[in-house]
Design a protein. Structure first.
Length: 165
């Protein structure tokens, strides 16, 4: 696959966004107080690393196969391990996070949710700029996973009275 200048520039921008996401989720997993939130951030960070690897492959002229270990894994809403693990069950919540710790976790969630919204929009714009349908499919697949990340964060926030409070 040969990329034109615009496609290369878009992929370099996406690569920097994905690197930022990997770094952000790593830091947030360390900072979060709630163990369930730590695990959510670790899970999303792992997928973001897969996205980064996929974008690097595209920049090197290779179109990864969707669902392969070298590309991004197939996640359908509600089927990923992190989506299942993150379903909040009040009876199993043994570590109620309150006060300043909860406020900080809310900040981390709000920040990562804003990042997911931004990254998803970058993918949305980029999808329309690529000539190769297979590349568009890969980018669309990643965008879908970014949207799922946003949903997982939103669900966590909603279940912990962090959204619109």
């Amino acid at each position: 696959m040969i990329l034109n200048q615009k496609e290369t520039t878009l992929l370099k921008d996406i690569k920097s966004q994905e690197k930022l996401c990997v770094d952000k989720y790593t830091a947030c997993a360390e900072e979060a107080s709630d163990p369930k939130l730590k695990q959510l951030f670790k899970s999303i960070g792992s997928t973001e690393q897969q996205h980064l690897n996929t974008v690097e492959q595209l920049l090197n002229g290779t179109i990864p196969q969707l669902g392969s270990s070298s590309g991004s894994k197939q996640n359908t809403p509600g089927s990923s391990a992190s989506a299942i693990d993150m379903k909040y069950n009040p009876s199993s919540n043994t570590t109620a996070v309150t006060g300043d710790a909860k406020t900080h976790d809310k900040y981390l969630c709000s920040d990562t949710l804003a990042s997911e919204k931004h990254v998803s929009s970058v993918y949305n714009t980029s999808i329309f700029e690529f000539r190769d349908e297979k590349v568009r499919d890969v980018l669309n697949h990643i965008q879908t996973e970014e949207q799922e990340h946003g949903k997982q964060i939103y669900d966590y926030m909603s279940q912990h009275d962090m959204y619109n409070n």
